[in-house]
Design a binder for this molecule. Sequence first.
Ligand SMILES: Cc1cc2nc3c(=O)[nH]c(=O)nc-3n(C[C@H](O)[C@H](O)[C@H](O)COP(=O)(O)OP(=O)(O)OC[C@H]3O[C@@H](n4cnc5c(N)ncnc54)[C@H](O)[C@@H]3O)c2cc1C
Length: 352
Amino acid sequence: MNDPGITFFAKPSEMNIRQHISLKPFNTFQIDIRANRVIECKTPDELKEAIRLATESEEKLMVLGGGSNVLFTDDFDGTILLNRISGIEITSENEEYVFVKASSGEVWHELVMWCVRNNYAGIENMSLIPGRVGAGPIQNIGAYGVELKDVLHQVEVIMIDSGETRILSNAACQFGYRDSIFKRDMKGKCIIISVTLKLSKKPVIHASYGSIKHELGKKGITQPTIRDISEAVIHIRQSKLPDPHTLGNAGSFFKNPEVEKAFFEQLKIKHPSIPGFEHHPGTIKVPAGWLIEQCGFKGKQFGNTGAHKDQALVLVNYGNATGKEILRLAQLIIKTVEESFGITLKTEVNII
Ligand SMILES: Cc1cc2nc3c(=O)[nH]c(=O)nc-3n(C[C@H](O)[C@H](O)[C@H](O)COP(=O)(O)OP(=O)(O)OC[C@H]3O[C@@H](n4cnc5c(N)ncnc54)[C@H](O)[C@@H]3O)c2cc1C
C-alpha cells in the first residue's frame, strides 16, 4: 500500500461514494461514460480521505469541478473526486482592497455574483463562465479583456503524494494565456482547495471590449458600474453561446493560436481579411473561430457532433455523441486548418 502520509479526519462511511456510475450529469459535453468510483468531497478532510482511498487501491485519480472543460473519450478507469467544498470569506481588507478567499468547490458564477452584490470589483467581466472556482487557475480563465491572473492573490493546494498543504503566490502559478503551472509541472500532482482574490473597492471598469461597449450603448449607459458590466456580459454570453444544459459543449474547444508577426504578414497577403491582434511584441493572436469558419466547419454537422452554427470554435454534442466522435472531429479540424493556413490549433479543453 502506498501511504500518502496524511492525517485523516473524515470517515469513509459518511462520505458519498458511488461505484460504476455514468459521468453524464457531471460533464457539460454530456458524454455518457462510466467511472469506477465517484466520491463527492464537501470538505478538505473528505478530499484527503478520498485521495487516500484512491491511492490505497492504486487507482487513477481525477478531480472534477463542473466538468465544463473536459472531454471524456473513454470510460474512466479510476476514481473521480467531485469537488463540492464550499465557503466564501474575507480574509483581510483595507480602504482600497479586499481579499476574498473562496473554496474551490464554489460555483464560479455565484462567487462573481457575491462580489458584484458587495461591490468588490475585478471579476465581473468573467460573469457566467461555467464551472467551479478551483478550475479557474488551471487554465487561467478569462473573458472580455480580463483574466483570473489579474486579480488572483494566492492558491491553496493539497499535494496528492504527501497530503501537505501548500500556498502558491500569483507568480508561482506561472500564468499564461489559458495556461498555468497546473497544466505543466504540477499537472496531476495537487488539488486546489481555495483561491484568494485581491479585489478592488474602487472599481476600475473594463468596458473597452467591443461587444460590452455596444451593449452599454444600447442601454445608454456612459458611466457603468460593475453590475452594469456583469449584466452586459451575461446578456452577451446568453445570446451567443449555446447553453450546455440544452446542447452539450465545453465552450471554446481550441485556443486562439499565436504566430510570429512575420508569418502573419505573409498570411495576410494570401488571406487579406485574416484578423489578428498583437498579443506580445512580435506575436499575433489569430481567432481560431475565424480559421475554422474559413475551412467550412461552421454549422456543419458530422453525425452526432459538429461546430456550432454561431460559434465555429464551440464543438457540440447533438445528442448521443461519444467523446471519440468529438475528438475525431477536432482532429479533422486541426488537420484542415493546418493544411489551409500552416497553423496548428491546440485544444483548450482537457482531453481525458
Ligand atoms: C458554455 C461555456 C462557456 C465557457 N466560457 C469560458 C470563458 O469565457 N473563459 C474561459 O476561460 N473558459 C470558459 N469555459 C471553459 C470552462 O468553463 C472553464 O475552464 C472552467 O474554469 C472549468 O471549470 P470546471 O469546474 O467545470 O472544470 P472541470 O471541467 O471540472 O475541470 C477542468 C480541469 O481542471 C482540473 N481541476 C478542476 N478542479 C480542480 C481542482 N480543484 N484542483 C486541481 N485541478 C482541478 C480537472 O481535473 C480538469 O483537468 C466555458 C465553458 C462552457 C461550457
